[in-house]
Ligand binder design. Structure first.
Ligand code: C2E
Ligand code: MG
Ligand code: MG
Length: 649
């Protein structure tokens, strides 16, 4: 018999084994099964070679021939069964229902068991093979029993694939079809030409297909943590959703990783990420962790009951709250977590990712530690998406309106300026507050477009109402706009387009985004200020406003935020602080505007502190342009119980 095919197959398996032991070439969960898929065929080929060689040696005892050939039959069928288990495992990789895998194992065990009975009884029945007195090998009536087992297993594998195909990924599908196709083809050839030894080739091909499958899968793995990356997470999500499975996703997002990297070095930071990823992935056999974002992990767990889901979260939290080894130190790490459960909701994979992204964003902006996804969160995500859609359309069509809020001048006791405030109206949602859509527009990078639309509309309004008895109208701008070197020119071009003189426009800046390049911003502001377009600092006194930049940048005027003004009534000390702040700004030549004044008492206090102007509902609410024109014509109509008299210090 020709043995060359067996030698070649052995070489292929040896090469695969060498690559197999290379670090991380096979995912840990498949490591031990694939090891058997390599070891058993190698053994089986070796035994086959020995059997064939010994057949030509006359003095070999009968019992040794029987034993070796029986071992070969046994090893071949065991190889087949292990490979079948491997394929079942791959098909059911994304199916949480354990019964499926249990059934598959039973099928393999029964078929292997039947074959073992035939093999053991072969010493008497001679159904598989036998040796005559001269030591010649003869095939029995069930000599092909091993192939029948293989075909039966192949049949059940295809059946299992058919039943669960919606949970089988494309790569596995391809590997499976190739394995079954090649196996079937070679098995038929082997049965037709029994003198060519193709068993080893068949097994080597199957091993090769599995190995290539793992290698092509590797692109879906994150190199730092060894976990599935975001793409693989999405694949898994799609498979689980498509097959209608229930699952839970626990998000774990590390905080202050920058600080960890700075304090311990980025190598230790990387090690921490690795340890967190590995320990989340190893919580349980059925739990899979993915690297969802830079410092965020998504842990996939099966969903059985509410109690189990709570337990999963608790287990993850307990682990995260424990001590972590960072370099030579043990430390606690700060983290946020989110919990989402999919029961039977008709969600699409993209929606679930949006939910997860929203949960992360929400925890960050609201500065909260955890979030449970529920119907309300789902509504908020959908509303946010609709809003994004609306804002995008409105930007494309320039479909914003601008309202104006007059600002009362305590020096002249009249309205001397106004602030332009953008408005968005929608048929479904009515008037949407800029407080809602401006932060969103900032997130999606559209706020600058909105600011330009507003500035354009304000210039047009000035052109249409040249006699408006106001000194200027201020327009809200965003700090990052100042980093555009064309910004001053763009502002001037717009003013020139409508023939508006520079002093009629003021630009309000909010420090929602901290700028690293303060010197450059200062230069830009100066460029425009030199031409007569001055800047206000908006919302001074809330979280993100910065005293240094208020003092260093050339602002004409500082607007004290409503929250600061509201705090005045609380105690005497606040009053003194705000008065001192006002004095400091006056000393450096800035005017001060009090924002959000709603009561006479507040207006009185602002005047007492020597503020220059007041903006607030007490004097006037924001109104459309035509109303502003009428409002300024008829002072009697003002929404004021009594005009406020300035109290000059
Ligand atoms: P802001 O620039 O500080 O504008 C003042 C906000 O306070 C306005 O809210 C105004 O209606 C409100 N306000 C004025 N007086 C009172 C008062 O007495 N009581 C209360 N409760 N509120 C008062 P609005 O129009 O909803 O705008 C909210 C924020 O949206 C603005 O705060 C500004 O940051 C942003 N925004 C508005 N228009 C634009 C725009 O065209 N571009 C940009 N980037 N942001 C804008
Ligand atoms: Mg403003
Ligand atoms: Mg403000």
């Amino acid at each position: 018999m020709e043995l060359i095919t067996e030698y070649l197959a052995l070489v292929i398996i040896v090469i695969l084994t060498m690559f197999f032991y290379e670090k991380k070439s096979i995912p840990a969960s498949w490591f031990s099964l694939y090891r058997w898929c390599l070891a058993l065929p190698a053994l089986s080929i070796l035994v086959d070679i020995i059997c064939v060689v010994l057949m030509d040696v006359e003095e070999v005892p009968h019992w040794l021939n029987m034993l070796l050939n029986s071992s070969y039959f046994l090893l071949s069928v065991l190889t087949c069964s292990v490979m079948a288990l491997f394929l079942f495992g791959k098909i059911l990789e994304h199916v949480y229902d354990k019964h499926c895998m249990d059934r598959a194992k039973n099928v393999v065990m029964i078929l292997t068991g039947i074959f073992l009975i035939i093999l053991v009884t072969n010493f008497y029945t001679k159904w598989l093979f036998w040796f005559d007195q001269q030591g010649h090998y003869h095939r029995g009536i069930l000599n092909h029993a091993g192939y029948y087992v293989m075909l039966a297993e192949g049949f059940f594998i295809l059946l299992c694939y058919h039943k669960n195909r919606s949970s089988v990924g494309n790569m596995v599908s391809r590997a499976l079809k190739m394995t079954v196709g090649v196996t079937f083809f070679l098995a038929v050839i082997q049965m037709m030409f029994p003198n060519i030894m193709l068993n080893g080739t068949l097994m080597a091909y199957a091993d090769m297909i599995f190995f290539i499958h793992f290698q092509s899968q590797r692109v879906g793995f994150d190199t730092l943590t060894g976990l599935g990356n975001r793409k693989r997470f999405l694949d898994e999500l799609s498979l689980r959703l498509n097959s209608g499975q229930q699952f839970q996703i626990v998000l774990v997002s590390l905080r202050n990783m920058d600080a960890v990297n700075k304090k311990y070095g980025s190598k230790c930071g990387d090690e921490l990420l690795y340890s967190v990823g590995a320990s989340l992935d190893n919580l349980d056999n059925e739990v899979n962790a993915f690297r969802f974002g830079n410092v965020t992990f998504a842990v996939f767990c099966p969903y059985w009951t509410e109690e189990q889901a709570d337990k999963n979260v608790k287990q993850i939290r307990d682990r995260m709250e424990g001590l972590w080894q960072i370099g030579n130190f043990s430390a606690h790490v700060s983290f946020r977590w989110g919990n989402l459960i999919h029961r039977n909701e008709p969600w699409q994979p993209a929606e679930v990712t949006e939910f997860l992204e929203y949960m992360l964003w929400y925890m960050k902006t609201e500065k909260i530690k955890s979030i449970d996804f529920n119907e309300e969160t789902e509504y908020r995500v959908r509303y946010r998406n609709e809003l994004i859609h609306l804002v995008r359309n409105a930007v494309e069509e320039g479909r914003f309106t601008v309202w104006f809020q007059p600002v009362y001048d305590l020096g002249t006791c009249g309205f001397s300026s106004a602030e332009a405030l953008v408005r968005l109206w929608d048929r479904k949602y009515g008037m949407i507050s800029p407080g809602e859509f401006i932060p969103l527009a900032e997130d999606i990078g559209l706020v600058e477009d909105i600011n330009w639309i507003v500035l354009d509309k304000v210039c047009r309004f000035w052109k249409e109402n040249p006699e408006l008895p106001l000194h200027s109208i201020s327009v809200n701008m965003s700090m990052p706009q100042l980093l555009d070197e064309n910004f001053p020119q763009k502002v001037e071009d717009l003013l020139d387009k409508y023939g508006i003189s520079r002093e009629k426009i003021r630009l309000e800046m909010t420090e929602r985004v901290t700028l690293s390049d303060g010197a450059y911003v200062k230069e830009m502001m100066k460029k425009l200020a030199d031409k007569g377009v001055f800047f206000y600092l908006d919302d001074f006194g809330i979280g993100y406003s910065n005293f240094t930049s208020a003092l260093q940048l050339p602002y004409e005027c500082i607007k004290l935020d409503k929250s600061l003004m509201d705090s005045l009534e609380a105690n005497e000390q606040n009053f003194r602080i705000v008065r001192t702040v006002t004095d400091v700004f006056h000393d450096i030549g800035c005017q001060v505007i009090a924002e959000g004044i709603e009561t006479e008492q507040q207006a009185d206090m602002a005047a007492k502190m020597g503020m220059d102007k007041i903006q607030g509902f007490y004097f006037a609410k924001p109104m459309p342009g035509e109303k502003l024109v009428d409002f300024l014509k008829e002072p009697a109509d003002r929404n004021m119980d009594q005009p406020v008299q300035p109290h000059m210090q």
